[in-house]
Design a protein around this ligand. Structure first.
Ligand code: UDP
Length: 258
């Protein structure tokens, strides 16, 4: 589909600013390449990955620690169509999507048995199930598992546990915001080459939550399915409205600046 009104995609590797948060222009394939380098080729050092979505942007307005966690992330990808739309509105640029689930699945498919994964998050028992399924489907090594319902006073104990596991990849799935702040604050203790905040991915791997249907993922509108069908998520719809408003206000501000 041609978009004559838009400039060509910016060179890959470029970092845009979206409502004061960074966004890297990278495809899924480039993301998998870069994370593969960090895990298996570069000197071992911790890196944080954020998959940016409207919810994080809205929450960041009132939580400065979320802002820091995203600004200091080593890679920030566009999780969904909301972010792609915002980049068009504010920069007139096409940004590829690299959603959390696709990144995690892609890494497991690519690296299989050489990959040591720590599953951190979701309700008790779910991370264990996700780990079993990942071993069955991709042959990955399980570095460890821990649920995501612990008190902040326990953060250090859990971070030490992860650090001792020598994982390559830590899946931190404890809800948007909390997971990014945890990864950033404890990165040196967690000490894995890739720390990714990945929302409901452990639930999907465990089979306790369904992946949104393929057609919504292809169009990048899986949030419509999630918000629409899941009663617990109905209270999130106002955040999406707020996100659209924020982008519109920012667009007018940028237009005034010329
Ligand atoms: N979760 C968790 N600890 C918490 C809150 C949430 O481990 O304190 C888990 C939850 O069980 C789910 C994942 O984080 O597996 C994503 O939760 P939710 O969909 O509520 O968050 P979102 O990422 O959509 O904000």
């Amino acid at each position: 589909m041609s978009r004559p009104d838009l400039t060509p995609p910016p060179p890959s590797g470029k970092r845009l600013s979206l409502l004061n948060l960074p966004l890297d222009v990278v495809t899924l394939e480039q993301t998998l390449d870069r994370l593969g380098d960090w895990m298996f080729r570069a000197p071992r050092a911790p890196h944080t990955v954020v998959t940016l979505n409207p919810e994080i942007i809205v929450q960041a307005r009132t939580h400065p620690e979320f802002v820091d966690a995203v600004q200091e992330a080593d890679l920030v990808t566009a999780d969904g169509v909301g972010i792609v739309w915002a980049a068009r509105q504010l920069h007139r640029q096409e940004v590829p999507r690299a959603p959390g689930y696709d990144i995690v699945r892609g890494l497991m498919e690519r690296h299989g048995p050489e990959l040591r994964v720590f599953f951190l998050g979701a309700k008790p028992g779910v991370a264990e199930q996700a780990a079993q399924n990942a071993v069955r489907d991709f042959g990955v090594q399980v570095a460890g598992v821990h649920h995501g319902y612990f008190d902040p006073a326990e953060d250090q104990r859990v971070a030490d546990l992860v650090g001792a596991s020598r994982a390559h990849l830590v899946l931190t799935a404890m809800g948007a915001g909390r997971q990014e702040v945890f990864n950033q604050y404890w990165r040196q203790v967690l000490a894995a080459p890739v720390l990714i905040g990945c929302g409901g991915v452990i639930d999907v791997l465990a089979g306790t939550a369904d992946l949104a249907p393929a057609w919504t993922r292809k169009l990048g509108v899986e949030f419509i399915w999630r918000v629409g069908l899941d009663r617990k998520r109905w209270n999130r719809a106002p955040r999406l409205v707020q996100f659209v408003r924020l982008v519109q206000v920012e667009r007018r501000r940028l237009a005034r600046q010329g």
